[in-house]
Design a protein around this ligand. Structure first.
Ligand code: UGA
Length: 425
């Protein structure tokens, strides 16, 4: 989020200094090396580095010293009680406090509990500096496009003039801008992520129902999605939502509500359905292998295509694929996996979340000898698999568990494989 924001603001014509604590990372960024998979980001960093609008710096204080506007884009991981851990944002605020020039504008883009804008003001202790909230709505994988084409820019400011100053920074985007108070802006961020997670949990629950009654979720989504009041987006059934945002933000929303005396049972249900959906995917693999719920899987070989939490990113954080893999490994299954962004070398093996997984060089190598092949991430290349080749290398009577409804069931069956999707008859 920080790097995308920095590069895109430079692209809009601002002079941007992007800071990080990690010296090696800053050195790599100065060479134009991007540490993550994110479409279009390398190009925009290269062009803004080349024209001098983007530079990198070690340490926040140095970067903030001459700035008119300072964006805080640090992580707010989940704390032990389900709430957001504010230590990085408070640390960053403390680091820049003395360096800020009079009249500077501090913008918090990190996802923080309601009331945190005030907490940043308290840490800064600089009455001459305005602090505003500016939640971010970009998605991993499409971050650059999302940044440059926002549906809206939300700004939370006690001082309307400070809000207008930030709106000016975004003026080249010609986006709708909502200036509100900080508590409302902070609530908008959680409400947006909570609502999107709710849509996905809803469709996953409907998919479970479709399986029970023999309906087809593809048609059900088409039927409800064409109602403009419902819309088609974020209604793709899958293995459950994951990543670095929905899981932590949905729990934080429940926690914030509880802290203020509201029992947000609906959001708890959204989270429960998501956990149930992840378990349902494991159940599908067990059924495909001929085992009932619980008990060991005794060395059964399961092939898994896709490890990231969604396509278009190399992010493994809270990936439904890894939840499923860990459950299968714990039951004694062998897992061989392929993901286009997970390397076979040091990069793959150094990541503890991949422990116990045999990494394959490609999809066919992963499938070889397997009794079940799971499509866990919707990488477009998996939709183009040569299904005859897959059937030829897999064990007899093999099953494809398509946790992303990526494949055409008829084509899978025509290749001599069995098929089990999500909510498809
Ligand atoms: C999400 C929000 O979409 C962004 O607007 C927000 O800025 C971001 O969190 C954040 O708070 O920083 P992101 O986590 O990158 O973005 O990814 P999404 O595209 O929202 O996907 C989240 C999860 O939902 C993934 O596991 C994805 O596979 C799943 N999903 C998404 C579905 O299962 N079905 C869908 O129809 C859409």
């Amino acid at each position: 989020m920080g790097l995308t924001t920095a590069a895109c603001l430079a692209h809009l014509g601002h002079r941007v200094v992007c800071a990080d604590l990690d010296e090696a990372r800053v050195a790599a960024l100065r060479r134009g090396e991007i540490p993550i998979v994110e479409a279009g980001l390398a190009e925009i960093v290269a062009s803004t580095l080349a024209n001098g609008t983007l530079t990198f710096e070690v340490g926040a204080a140095k970067a903030a010293a001459d700035a008119d506007v300072v964006f805080l884009c640090v992580p707010t991981p989940q704390g032990p009680d389900g709430g957001a851990d504010l230590r990085y944002i408070e640390g960053a605020a403390a680091e820049i406090a003395a360096a800020l020039r009079p009249g500077a504008l501090v913008v918090n883009k990190s996802t923080v509990p309601v009331g945190s804008t005030r907490a940043v003001e308290d840490v800064l202790h600089r009455p001459d500096v305005a602090v505003v909230s500016n939640p971010e709505f970009l998605r991993e994988g499409t971050a650059v496009t999302d940044f440059l084409n926002p549906d809206r820019v939300v700004i939370g400011a006690d001082d309307h003039a400070a809000g207008e100053r930030l709106a000016d920074v975004y003026a080249p985007l010609r986006s709708a801008v909502l200036i509100t108070d900080p508590a409302s802006a902070e609530t908008i961020k959680y409400a947006a992520n909570g609502f999107l997670a709710m849509k996905i949990s809803f469709v996953n629950a409907i998919a479970a129902m479709c399986e029970a009654v023999g309906a087809n979720v593809d048609d059900v989504v088409e039927g409800i999605g064409s109602d403009e009041r419902i819309g088609r987006s974020f209604l793709k059934p899958g293995p459950g939502w994951g990543g670095s945002c929905f899981p932590k933000d949905s729990k934080a929303l429940v926690k914030i509500a509880a802290d203020y005396g509201y029992d947000f049972t609906m959001m708890k249900g959204v989270i429960d359905v998501n956990e149930e959906q992840r378990r349902r995917m494991v159940g599908k693999v067990r059924t495909a292998l001929g085992f009932g719920p619980g008990g060991g899987l005794r060395g059964a070989l399961v092939a898994v295509l896709g490890l990231t939490f969604k396509a278009g990113t190399d992010d493994l954080r809270d990936s439904p694929s890894l939840t499923m893999v860990r459950s299968l490994l714990a039951s004694g299954a062998k897992v061989r996996a392929f993901d286009p962004t997970v390397g076979l070398g040091a990069e793959g093996t150094k990541n503890a979340s991949l422990d116990g997984i045999e990494l394959a060089a490609d999809a066919i190598a992963a499938a070889r000898g397997g009794r079940v092949l799971v499509i866990a991430t919707e990488w477009p290349e998996f939709a183009k698999l040569d299904l005859d080749e897959v059937a030829a290398v897999m064990a007899d009577d093999a099953v494809i568990v398509d946790a992303r409804n990526l494949l055409d069931p008829a084509a899978v069956r025509a290749a001599g494989l069995r098929y089990d999707g999500v909510g498809r008859p």
